[in-house]
Design a protein around this ligand. Structure first.
Ligand SMILES: Cc1ncc(C[n+]2csc(CCOP(=O)(O)OP(=O)(O)O)c2C)c(N)n1
Length: 393
């Protein structure tokens, strides 16, 4: 699909999006790769206004985009990603998207689904194919993961009339992911997957690793904030977000990259004292710095923890762009040097760390606390690689 998407994009000069849903994103399988394609020759745009979205230009571009919709619809009608598969039992027609097709087939071990199926993988919706399904079947069932995008669009396409079953009429739960069970029930079949889950398969929600430096940081922070009403620690996205869970319950927000500092600043400006931000070293480099500049300019009374584990742990250990530069960046942005502290998040320094945090929480300006200790998984990986290399030599 990605190859096809690139070609489509080149042909029509439009962006193409690949929409994946949670389960697909979390699936693994062996894949066979194609040979790499030849790169496009580097060339400058012919239309110098293409990416200048001034209102006067954007209006024209939108007009053109609308004019192209018929072409896109025609492409959808003939695309190999949209398939009409006939079936003998016309009491139901099934529209399936993406991974829902696999769930449907799992309920028919011989792969013979008795109903006509319209499998949709390319948008805009193939109107003619949908009309055919409407004409041939008594009812329509829509199986799509995530939001009922196709199901809602059907109304606009064909008006009211035929009964549409799916997430909107309650045949399928309105929220949550699809799975083969839900599909079975929506087809009026027995839930063949309703067997007890073996203990090996019981869900294990993620948690901070044993030995993770964030644990020591949260323990110190929790001790300092003990006794104060909760809800004042604004955080970001990274491994440390797991500090929201028990037993730490140390942070109270995770909205988007960089929002910890701006939210803490907003809360402090509105009168919340103390107000704390918790952000990872990578996220700080990505989008925490801009918020910090605002906080410094306004001398907002906030304490910012930049948890420096020397890596981008949550996404697999990529290098952090701020590596070795955090203090310099903070100073450059204007944080007073005496309010920048590097701590060692270790049990043996707990008392000392608590004292520093307490002092900085009392300071009515911007303070930076940098607990610095390498991610335990990164250390493990590094050591393993070293031994592997030694073994090869
Ligand atoms: C806009 C955006 N881009 C990328 C991501 C993916 N992502 C999740 S956490 C994270 C960074 C984590 O690194 P860091 O802040 O250093 O925390 P750590 O996991 O190391 O504790 C990224 C890039 C995202 N959530 N949002």
């Amino acid at each position: 699909m990605v190859h096809y998407g690139f070609d489509f994009s080149e042909r029509y000069k439009v962006p193409v999006m690949l929409r994946i849903t949670t389960r697909l994103a979390h699936s693994r399988a062996g894949v066979k790769r194609r040979d790499p394609r030849k790169k496009n020759d580097l060339k400058l745009p012919e239309d110098l206004h293409q990416f200048v979205l001034l209102p006067a230009i954007a209006r024209k571009r939108y007009h053109n985009l609308l004019k192209m919709q018929d072409l896109f619809r025609q492409e959808s009608e003939t695309s190999s990603f949209n398939q009409y598969m006939d079936g003998p039992d016309k009491s139901l027609g099934i529209i399936v998207c993406g991974i829902a097709y696999n769930y449907l087939l799992e309920n028919y071990p011989d792969r013979h689904v008795p109903y006509p199926i319209l499998k949709i993988g390319q948008y805009p919706l193939p109107k003619k194919m949908i009309e055919r399904l409407y004409a041939e079947c008594k009812e329509i069932l829509v199986l799509e993961d995530g939001y009922p995008i196709v199901e809602e669009s059907l109304k606009g396409l064909l008006g009211k009339g035929l009964k549409i079953k799916g997430r909107l009429d309650g045949t399928i739960p309105r929220d949550g992911e699809l799975n083969p069970n839900i599909v079975a029930v929506s087809l009026g079949m027995k839930n063949t997957y309703g067997m007890p889950v073996p203990s090996l398969m019981v869900g294990r929600p993620p948690s901070l690793c044993s030995g993770c430096p964030h644990i020591d940081s949260f323990k110190a922070l929790n001790e300092v904030l003990e006794g104060l009403p909760k809800g004042r620690v604004f955080s970001d996205i990274g491994c440390y977000t797991l500090g929201a869970l028990k037993p730490y319950e140390a942070i109270n927000s995770c909205v988007d990259m960089g929002a910890s500092i701006t939210m803490a600043k907003g809360a402090a400006d509105a009168g919340l004292v103390p107000s704390v931000a918790v952000i990872g070293d990578s996220t700080f480099a990505h989008s925490g710095m801009t918020g910090l500049l605002d906080a410094v300019n306004d001398k907002s009374p906030i304490t910012i923890f930049i948890l420096d584990n020397g890596t981008t742990a949550m996404t697999g250990g990529q290098d952090s762009p701020a590596f070795g530069k955090i203090e310099t960046i903070c100073k450059g942005i204007g944080v007073e040097e005496e309010h920048i502290h590097v701590l060692r998040p270790l049990k043996k320094f707990h008392k000392e760390n608590v004292k520093i945090i307490k002092e900085e929480l009392a300071y009515p300006g911007v303070s930076i606390i940098i607990p610095r200790r390498e991610c335990i998984v990164a250390i493990d990986k590094r050591v393993r690689e070293k031994f592997k290399k030694a073994a090869i030599v």
